[in-house]
Design a binder for this molecule. Structure first.
Ligand SMILES: Cc1ncc(C[n+]2csc(CCOP(=O)(O)OP(=O)(O)O)c2C)c(N)n1
Ligand SMILES: [Mg+2]
Length: 331
């Protein structure tokens, strides 16, 4: 077995770091706005916000190539924005409008865009893991040289189907990076209360899948690890596991008062480990003017406000839409 190469934080140019900063800020402001619209009753059903975890998806996605595929669970808005899906189409899906990416029929958890290599958006915990393994199988079968990033949570990591997937992926050397977003909680259960092995990067060991633990609050570290992992997987060496240590600032979903953890715990993460503040510090240290960062903030707010206005005013789907995209058949 080849040894996994070491990796170091990515040495981004100022322009690249500005782009990471902008993307993380877009996700943050988008999610804050989604939270507001939810509070106003404009978004129905479940809504799981990604605030705090932005560096994970921005760092990882920045290392992908066109044609690679991505799949995740229900905390998916940030993944969609990082895949380049238009902010208006995501927000309009949240408000159930015809212009939404799933024509307003999917909502927060059920969005999809083959065009952008984004395969959902899945509400069943860990269901995306065998599906992502299947996407990787398709890449290998077609010989297209692409890889699949399969994201799942610390809670999902305790599901049986994850390990059936690991077995097949290693046996068939499938081009898949399993990305565990360890945000410390699965609903109200902390990872060490639910996991006999809470060092989740080790979860592939009995399948001979190597794993790496990464600081998921630092976009440059995430990008460095992502690049190493994706190169490894793309070169045909089989799957790899990345555990991204991160934190969600908000409750599990909009209906969670988060009483299972203290305010101080959340506050400490926000103050000491915020990924956007960290990128800002790097930028200022690199000599970027603060007005430049303020301009980015303005630009991002304008995109998000425009998306919210659009999502509020766009028409709902027509009734006949109830009969489209429905699969009927005999098996
Ligand atoms: C099979 C299944 N069991 C239970 C649930 C209810 N449920 C929804 S999210 C969740 C917690 C998952 O936590 P984690 O994998 O850590 O992801 P996070 O929400 O932290 O992103 C549970 C138990 C579900 N949707 N599907
Ligand atoms: Mg979790």
């Amino acid at each position: 077995m080849d040894r996994l190469p070491d990796y170091s934080p990515y040495k981004a140019s100022v322009d690249e770091l500005l782009d990471f900063y902008r993307q993380m800020l877009l996700i943050r402001r988008f999610e804050e706005k989604a939270g507001q619209l939810y509070g106003m009753g404009l978004i129905g059903g479940f809504c799981h916000l990604y605030i705090g975890q932005e560096a994970v998806v921005v760092g990882l996605q920045s290392a992908l190539k066109a044609g690679d595929s991505v799949i995740t669970g229900y905390r998916d808005h940030g993944h969609m924005l990082a895949c380049g899906i238009e902010s208006r189409a995501v927000m309009a899906e949240l408000t159930g409008r015809a212009a939404g990416i799933s024509k307003g029929k999917g909502g927060s958890m059920h969005m999809f865009s083959v065009e952008h290599g984004f395969y959902g958006g899945h509400g069943i915990v860990a269901a995306q893991v065998p599906l992502g393994t299947g996407l990787a199988f398709a890449h290998k079968y077609k010989g297209d040289g692409n890889v699949c990033l399969t994201y799942f949570g610390d809670g999902a990591a305790n599901q049986g189907q994850v390990y059936e997937s690991f077995n097949m992926a290693e046996l068939w050397k499938l081009p898949v990076v399993y990305v565990i977003e360890n945000n410390q909680y699965a609903m109200g259960t902390s990872v060490n209360r639910a996991s006999a092995e809470d060092q989740l990067y080790r979860r592939g060991e009995s399948f001979r899948i190597e794993g790496v633990q990464v600081n998921g609050m630092d976009v440059l570290e995430v990008r460095g690890a992502a690049q190493m992992a994706i190169e490894w997987v793309r070169s045909g060496k089989g799957p790899l596991l990345l555990e991204l240590k991160t934190y969600r600032y908000r409750g599990h979903s909009m209906s969670d008062p988060a009483k299972y953890r203290s305010r101080e715990e959340v506050q400490a993460m926000r103050e000491k480990s915020d990924p956007i503040e960290a990128a800002k510090k790097h930028l200022l240290a690199a000599g970027v003017d603060e007005t430049k960062l303020k301009d980015i903030e303005k630009e991002v707010r304008a995109i998000v406000n425009d998306s919210a206005d659009f999502a509020e005013q766009a028409p709902e789907p027509e009734l006949p839409e109830l009969y489209t995209d429905v699969l009927v058949g005999n098996y």
